[in-house]
Design a protein around this ligand. Structure first.
Ligand code: WT7
Length: 659
């Protein structure tokens, strides 16, 4: 390092507050600090600003109907179509401009202008109708990052059929559970995709999933691998390309949807073993995705914006598909891994396409850091104007590395806290307004009432840890869990609300995150306080993993916790007791890993499987997870005298350390 660099490094290491770069503020979509006050004073009407970003076929009567909390309704009486908003309305002004830039892993590219997107979305919407999809039928998508995925989502939205996208890395079982849960009779899937240059088969996994669905399924298969894979077919399969060719040139009128009609379902993990079907609506969700894209990601139509998430998660829904396309910008989609063919793949794409914003996850940033600054240095990244992160807390060191080596100290970094249920961003700085404090997400967005409280619901003092709560509704919020209002209340509201009240002030949303707030209102999110762990920004339920492990022959009992991991944030640690007559050997370990992969997918694969005779339990028989976490993290163990079986702790500790 040169002397100058050493100096800079030292300055960055000390600095804990950064002003937004003046060059950014000058051109920012939002640069007026008065917005916080304005929205606060004019709530809930302030959210008309979000609705105004959309085109409504019929105007709404009321911004918020809060007469039946927590079943809030937004923009009631309004009608709109999400596909028309993301495609049709840009045709006049931006028909020839690029909507989707797709980069395949092998280096092939596809460019869809808004005109192209309109054509293909219409042809596929006509195909879906032809297959019998009707308004309100749930269509499942089980696909990797191919352009047909957003096209299918928009085609569904066009005909008023909610979609339910299942991450392609999930297992066949996970697909079946979600299709059964959503009563979904239609599936759009794919023969496979490329990973590290090699074809990866997907169709047989998909077929296996379908065989676990308890009703008939009609499938459409996208042929991504061509001659590289002669994929199997099953009854009810249709070929995507043939359908689209048959319906080429047809147009399908976008179906006007009520603001509160379901746009999509997205399954996510919770405390119990059963994934939750989060319901998002057409008016509120789309307004939220558009408004936050504009205010936080500073998206403008002329941008080439890139969110490197997978569309199989909420981040991809809101910030690859709906937010950016609603604003008429160019959204980049990359099929593959960030280190194929080399570790500069992202920087190469940014350089090639003059990408203006990059939105990624802390786990990715930590990998980039490990690979070294020489990779970004090989490329011209000066097109970048803003950087964002999401998915888990970002450590200040990774934040600063991102700010310096990717943003060239010229781009604001937005650390955005939100979750599947919130539909879009909730806590973050506005990049053209607030100072950035690495490690702290920032204040709640204007118009949001976020408070950090103790177990009784009282606000905690500045600097103290507490629980993050949202005290007022917002347009992007989930409306319920699919066909399960009771669980919706139980999971998100029961903790801090008076559930007998019909006064909205008595209802408080609890996202199950711990946090602390500083004097200046900046919020540092500390992580989940329920049995959910966050592996590489992916949310996994420990109960789901445990039930997969207990399903393996010879396993008597299992406890799963998250242990800290340098790159992934958290990693899965499984503590397992075998049944009599079974050995905790390598074969057993392999079968456990395979069991988890089959039930959930490789993302949930345990990093460590520790066989033990007993699990540490309290006298009342509850597993002491906190202790198992401490062991996984190699931390000093607190008092173990309250345990029924304190000796087991030393034994487990020894095994984890590998002594
Ligand atoms: C959980 C939600 C948000 C889309 C991707 C994940 C954690 C998310 C942050 C952040 C600290 C964060 C929370 C949250 N989380 N963003 N900026 N700082 N933690 O969505 O799968 O629904 O997970 O991710 O724990 O509850 P998700």
């Amino acid at each position: 390092m040169s002397e100058e660099e050493v100096e800079l490094e030292a300055r960055l290491a000390e600095q804990d507050e950064f002003e937004p770069p003046a060059s950014f503020v000058e051109q920012a979509n939002v640069s007026d600090p008065g917005l916080y006050e304005e929205f606060g004073e004019n709530w809930p009407e302030c959210w008309e600003h979000a609705a105004d970003l959309l085109e409504w076929s019929d105007g709404y009567d009321q911004v918020l109907d809060d007469s039946n909390p927590p079943f809030y309704e937004w923009f009631t009486g309004g009608e709109l179509n999400a596909s028309a908003n993301c495609v049709d309305r840009h045709l006049d002004e931006r028909g020839d401009e690029v909507a989707i830039e797709w980069v395949g892993e092998l280096g092939e590219t596809r460019t869809y202008t808004y005109e192209d997107l309109h054509e293909e979305v219409n042809a596929f919407a006509a195909s879906l109708r032809d297959l019998g999809v009707e308004e309100d039928d749930v269509v499942t998508m089980y696909m990797p990052m191919v352009p047909e995925l957003p096209i299918a989502m928009l085609a569904c939205a066009r005909i008023g059929a909610p979609h339910s996208v299942v991450f392609a890395g999930f297992s066949a079982d996970a697909l079946a559970t979600r299709m059964n849960g959503a009563d979904s009779e239609f599936l759009v899937t794919c023969d496979g995709y490329y990973r590290r240059g090699e074809p990866l088969e997907h169709k047989s996994k998909s077929d296996e999933g379908v065989s676990g669905v308890d009703h008939d399924v009609t499938s459409v298969v996208v042929d991504r691998l061509g001659d590289d894979y002669d994929h199997p077919t099953i009854e009810g399969d249709h070929d995507y390309d043939s359908l689209v060719a048959d319906h080429a040139g047809e147009t399908v009128e976008p179906v006007p949807r009520d603001a509160e009609d379901m746009l999509f379902l997205m399954y996510t993990s919770g405390t119990t073993g059963q994934p939750k079907g989060v319901k998002h609506t057409t008016g509120g969700y789309l307004s939220w995705a558009a408004w936050t894209s504009q205010a936080v990601l500073d998206v403008k139509p002329e941008d080439t914006y890139w969110c490197s998430a997978d569309i199989g998660w909420i981040t991809g829904h809101s910030y690859i598909v709906y937010g950016p396309l609603a604003l008429g910008t160019t959204t980049v989609m990359y099929e593959g891994t960030p280190d194929y063919p080399d570790k500069d793949r992202l920087w190469e794409i940014i350089d090639d396409y003059d990408v203006t914003q990059l939105y990624t996850a802390p786990t990715a940033i930590r990998s980039f850091m490990k690979w070294g600054k020489e990779y970004p240095e090989k490329h011209d990244l000066s097109s970048l104007r803003l950087l964002g992160t999401v998915g888990e807390p970002i450590n200040p060191r990774a934040w600063k590395w991102y700010y310096k080596h990717i943003g060239g100290e010229d781009c604001p970094v937005v650390d955005t806290w939100w979750q599947t249920e919130t539909g879009g961003m909730m806590v973050t700085t506005l990049p053209g307004v607030g100072n950035m404090k690495p490690g702290s997400a920032g204040p709640p967005l204007p118009g949001l009432d976020v408070q950090i409280v103790d177990t009784k619901g009282e606000q905690v003092e500045a600097g103290r840890a507490g629980y993050l709560t949202v005290q007022k509704p917002w347009p992007g919020m989930l409306r319920t869990l699919y066909k399960n209002d009771e669980r919706f209340i139980e999971e998100y509201w029961a903790e801090y609300s008076d559930t007998d009240s019909d006064d909205p002030d008595d209802w408080v949303y609890f996202p199950e995150d711990g946090a602390k707030i500083d004097d200046d209102g900046y919020i540092t999110v500390l992580g989940r306080v329920d049995d959910v762990i966050n592996v590489s920004g992916h949310r996994l339920g420990t109960m789901e993993i445990e039930s997969a492990i207990v399903g393996v022959e010879g396993v008597a009992e299992a406890a799963v916790v998250g242990g800290t991991h340098d790159i992934k944030g958290e990693a899965v640690y499984a503590y397992v007791i075998t049944e009599d007559g079974y050995e905790g050997d390598d074969d057993m370990r392999e079968r456990i890993v395979a069991g988890v992969e089959d039930a959930i997918g490789p993302i949930a694969r345990p990093e460590q499987v520790v066989f033990t005779e007993e699990l540490p339990k309290t006298r009342s028989g509850k597993i002491m997870r906190r202790l198992l976490e401490d062991i996984a993290n190699g931390e000093e163990l607190g008092n173990t005298s309250t345990l029924r079986n304190p000796d087991v702790v030393t034994e487990i500790e020894r095994k984890v350390k590998g002594d």
